[in-house]
Design a protein around this ligand. Structure first.
Ligand SMILES: [Zn+2]
Length: 183
């Protein structure tokens, strides 16, 4: 029995233990493994790529719990992604979430790599979207921005930072003042 004036710490200790089991650091293997298993339940592994079959399937990149699936894969199996960096694919398969195929880099690095692989073919025959010589975004990125903003959990400011464009650019894309031809 607690004497009057003495604080009973026991409920606090129980709460702290609960919190510790719920929010482990990278050291808690059990929960990390559970998260990985939950993630992998949405993945079909092939001999090379791990294909995301969860939400967003068919839109290019997959979406795992309102986060790009390949970013999620990197965080779950490799480690934290430094702020402002993006996760790129060695294999060029956008819905691939095989950590061995992922690497962290900048957007300009991704574009440079895509040019080397021949995916990014700049064209000046049309002034629409990614063919426009002033535009740095791709059709897929525009679709991803609208989709992610639509499902919530990310601000226009965060989108602007992540894609390396200005906030007005993001606003125009979301309001379809630009890239209106992209569904
Ligand atoms: Zn792959």
């Amino acid at each position: 029995m607690a004497a009057s004036g003495a604080f009973d710490y026991r409920p606090v200790i129980v709460l702290l233990r609960l919190e510790a089991s719920r929010r482990p650091g990278r050291g808690n293997l059990v929960t990390d493994q559970q998260e990985q298993e939950r993630f992998l339940s949405q993945v079909r592994k092939t001999e090379t790529c791990w294909l995301w079959i969860g939400p967003g399937f068919g839109r290019g990149y997959g979406w795992a719990w309102s986060k790009a699936a390949h970013r999620m894969a990197y965080e779950l199996f490799v480690g934290p992604i430094l702020y402002g960096l993006q996760v790129n694919h060695h294999c060029d398969v956008r819905r691939c979430v095989n950590p061995a195929h992922l690497y962290v880099g900048t957007q300009s690095q991704n574009i440079r790599d895509a040019v080397v692989r021949g995916r990014h073919v700049p064209s000046r025959t049309s002034a629409k979207g990614e063919a426009h010589h002033l535009t740095r975004l791709t059709t897929e990125q525009v679709q991803a921005m609208r989709w992610r903003y639509g499902v919530g959990g990310i601000t226009q400011v965060a989108l602007a930072r992540e894609y390396g464009v200005s906030e007005p650019t993001v606003r125009d894309i979301l309001n379809r003042r630009t890239w209106a031809h992209v569904g």
